[in-house]
Design a protein around this ligand. Structure first.
Ligand SMILES: Nc1ncnc2c1ncn2[C@@H]1O[C@H](COP(=O)(O)OP(=O)(O)O)[C@@H](O)[C@H]1O
Ligand SMILES: [Mg+2]
Length: 299
């Protein structure tokens, strides 16, 4: 396995070295489900696309197909088809509103550990091509402390952690960060985590929620969480989901619509690529495969 990892590192490095485009990857996660990850991923994606970025949303929350429902699109192929059935990157991208692309993870993420060496090299080359085609990739993960989610988070350079004022949302967010902090692959030098407070009554409550979480994180986990901002509780969010028309398009001037536009503008204005190796989607998957293979060998 080690020389396979070595081989992959080389492959990605070669491609990184030649002044190719490398996508900015933003991973959206939460401790608890149902806090707004998918809705936030879709709306931030659309706003970032409006600002002139080529955006892809990748659904890594296999099992649930809620982004498809939110966008009212039905992809024909998914990541597993890319890995096992000879499909190309372009085959698995479905166009959504404002020209955003959508990639469904399908069972692909589950199956990363059972790839042969040849399949890994093949997948990596296709992901290098995806880096080329894209400016920003937003990965919508499942909730919770499932290993697959934590590995995505640890392998990402930028993470958005979504929490709501519900008490369980905050304790679950803390549990996620605590488990993440124990992973050897995780370090705040390489992964920037910013919290979004969703469904808050007002901005002060959002800030307070962030401070509550950051106090325990800095005290017990010894790192600082950053704050991206808040999104108010707004019934238009649910209406937008039911009508399959994202809120930044259907009600851009609603409370949540405006907040999402502000958050996207902040994200668009604050990209500082990490100096280390966590760059792009090919690199991210290389790291993921490395750690999943390692933990499989151990366990
Ligand atoms: N700001 C908000 N205001 C009101 N309802 C919201 C808001 N954000 C999310 N929701 C509701 O929460 C539900 C779950 O959102 P979703 O994005 O599917 O969460 P997740 O992906 O984290 O499971 C949505 O159906 C929506 O009705
Ligand atoms: Mg979701």
């Amino acid at each position: 396995m080690m020389d396979q990892a070595e081989q992959l590192r080389k492959l990605v490095k070669q491609n990184n070295g030649s002044a190719r485009n490398i996508a900015r990857v933003i991973t959206v996660t939460s401790g608890k489900g149902g806090v707004g990850k998918s809705s936030i991923s879709v709306n931030l994606g659309i706003e970032l696309a409006k600002a002139g970025n080529r955006v892809i949303i990748m659904d890594a929350d296999f099992g649930l197909a809620n982004i498809e429902v939110m966008l009212g699109i039905r992809p024909q192929y998914n990541l597993a088809d890319l890995m096992f059935h000879g499909k190309s990157i372009k085959d698995i991208i479905t166009q959504g509103p404002e020209n955003i692309g959508f990639i469904s993870g399908g069972s692909g993420i589950h199956e990363l550990t059972r790839l042969t060496r040849e399949q890994i090299v093949n997948l990596t080359m296709k992901l290098v091509e995806l880096d080329e085609l894209t400016d920003i990739i937003i990965i919508d993960t499942g909730a919770g402390i499932a290993d697959s989610v934590l590995e995505f988070v640890a392998a990402s350079a930028e993470v958005l952690l979504v929490a709501t004022p519900e008490p369980t949302s905050i304790t679950d967010a803390y549990a996620l960060l605590k488990t993440l902090n124990r992973k050897s692959e995780f370090s705040t030098d390489n992964t920037r985590i910013r919290m979004i407070a969703n469904r808050v009554a007002n901005s002060d409550d959002g800030k307070e929620l962030y401070e509550k979480l950051n106090v325990v994180v800095s005290k017990f986990l010894n790192f600082e969480l950053e704050y991206l901002g808040d999104i108010p509780q707004d019934e238009k969010v649910s209406h937008a989901i039911i009508r399959q028309k994202p809120i930044v398009l259907s009600a851009p001037n609603s409370g949540a619509g405006k907040a999402l536009r502000d958050l996207a503008a902040k994200l668009n204005g604050t990209y500082e690529p990490m100096a280390n190796g966590k760059k792009g989607i090919a690199q991210l998957f290389t790291n993921l495969i490395k750690t999943t293979c390692k933990s499989k060998q151990k366990g």
